[in-house]
Structure formats: structure tokens, C-alpha cells
Ligand binder design. Sequence first.
Ligand code: GTP
Ligand code: MG
Length: 286
Amino acid sequence: MTTTANGFSTVSAESTAKSTDAMDSHAENRAPQVSIVVPTFHEAANIPTLCERLFNALAACNIDAELIVVDDNSRDGTIEAVAELALRFPIRIIVRETERGLSSAVVAGFKAARANVLVCMDADLSHPPERVPDLVKPVTQGEIDFCVGSRYVVGAGIEESWGALRVLNSNIATWLARPLTELRDPMAGFFCTTKAVFDRACEKGLTPLGYKIGLEIAVRGQVQRTREVAIQFSDRHSGTSKLGIRQQIEYLIQLAFLYAHHRPAALIFGSVIFCAILAGIAQFFV
Ligand SMILES: Nc1nc2c(ncn2[C@@H]2O[C@H](COP(=O)(O)OP(=O)(O)OP(=O)(O)O)[C@@H](O)[C@H]2O)c(=O)[nH]1
Ligand SMILES: [Mg+2]
């Protein structure tokens, strides 16, 4: 493994040298149509199934893509799994040794992407890989510049095992973002956009904080033409969730930044209402 000045590592194990050479020469010739970025933290068990299903779906639609895994030094066999898959598929891995976080991992992957069309999805198979072509097609054809794999449009669904608390949590988080975007599922981690939108979002001060990088890119990148593709959202295939209270607090901070920049009046109005509610509650205790 070699470490770059950014603190990234890329796999250079002998076992992958052959496939890396093959991919490098392929890379020199032609950039892929689509770069798919998957952030990972302890997802080794999910990577092979994800990779197989994804490239089967892409091959069926003649889509030429690369898969970039951005792993935060999981040390759980993810590097080895990718090295083995790289013998058969155009997959590579970026290992970050000094940084942690889902959103910043996606940003690192998008910056390393060779294609002009970018996809972000989870590793845990919550996002059906078979739907990737449906997200990609309208973007590659220039019809839209942001496509979401949505849980909240007609025909979509989420697994029944979601408890009432998780549904409520998701609904509140979605509702809080409503004035910022027309998307029904702005919290989705399954989306497709263009390098141009991503670059614009970076220019407008993209903050890779917390979990909701899709919302951040859509709002800062000022996307105009969006579409939502219905998906069946499954529970994670294997492993455990990394979403906790810290990520929820980070989401609120991220929202405050987005409102301050794009809807300052709504931020002031919301703050006044919030303080009024707090003052009302406080009266019961004094
Ligand atoms: N690189 C990186 N990836 C992360 C980090 N946290 C989460 N991920 C990945 O981001 C994706 C989404 O995380 P999840 O833990 O599945 O979050 P979730 O989908 O909200 O929760 P569950 O599906 O219930 O587990 C997965 O592929 C994770 O491995 C992180 O700090 N760094
Ligand atoms: Mg998940």
C-alpha cells in the first residue's frame, strides 16, 4: 500500500498488480461513463455481493463504469476483498488513514472519479444496485442533472422492520429540509449527478459534515432539473449501522449552515419560533 500526501492510501499489493496494470492501461485509453463511489466503514462482508450485482446490472445496460470504494481504514478485510474483485471488475479503493466521515469520504471519491457522471450509494445493499442504470440514464442523456433513488415517491417502499421511531426520525429530518429543496427524499444516500454540479457545489462552499452529502450537493450545486426514481429500500445486508446521535446532531448543524446560506429568512423565522417554544416550556417550570 502507498500513502499519498493527502493521507490516502491506494492498494498496490502484488496480488493486484496485474489487474491494476490492466485497469491503468484501460484508464489511459478511455475514461468510464460513470464513476460509482461507495463509502465504507467495516463493510468487507458486503463488498463482493455489491460488486457482483452492480456490474451485472451495468453490463445488462451497456454502461461502462468504475467503482471506487472509499474506506476509512476499517482493517476488516475490505482492502483484500477489493484486491480480489479487481481481478475481474474495474474497482479500486482509496484508504483514508487520517480522516473519518461518510460525507468527506464521498467527496474524496468524487474528486478521484474519472467520469463526468457520478453515483453515490451505500455498501450495505440498502440501495438496490439493479436500480443504478435507472438513475444514471437520464443524467448521461442530459435530461436532468440530479437523480435520487427515492424512498418517498409512488412505487417506492421501505422494509417493514423499520420501527416507528426510525420512520418518525426520518420524516422529521426530511421535513426540516423541505424549504431547501423540492426533492421528496433529500436525505437519500443513493443519487446520481454530474461532475459539473459537484464542482459548483465545491465552489459554493460545500461542507462535508455529517451524513447527508446528497442534500449538500443538491443545494450548494443549485440543481434545477431533478428526478426521483422509486426504490425498495432494504435493511442492511450484513454488519452494523454507523448512524448515531452524533450524526443526527451533525445533520442539524449542516442544516443551519445551508439555511444561513440559502434561506436566511427561514433560519431567523425558525429560530424565533424555536425560542418562543422553549420560553413557553420554561414557563411551566418557574
Ligand atoms: N468511509 C466511511 N464510510 C462510512 C462512514 N460511516 C458510514 N459509512 C458508510 O456509509 C454508508 C451508510 O452508512 P450506514 O451505517 O449504512 O448508515 P445508515 O444507512 O443510515 O444506517 P443502517 O443502514 O441502518 O446501518 C455505508 O456504506 C457505511 O459503511 C465513515 O465514517 N467513513
Ligand atoms: Mg445503511
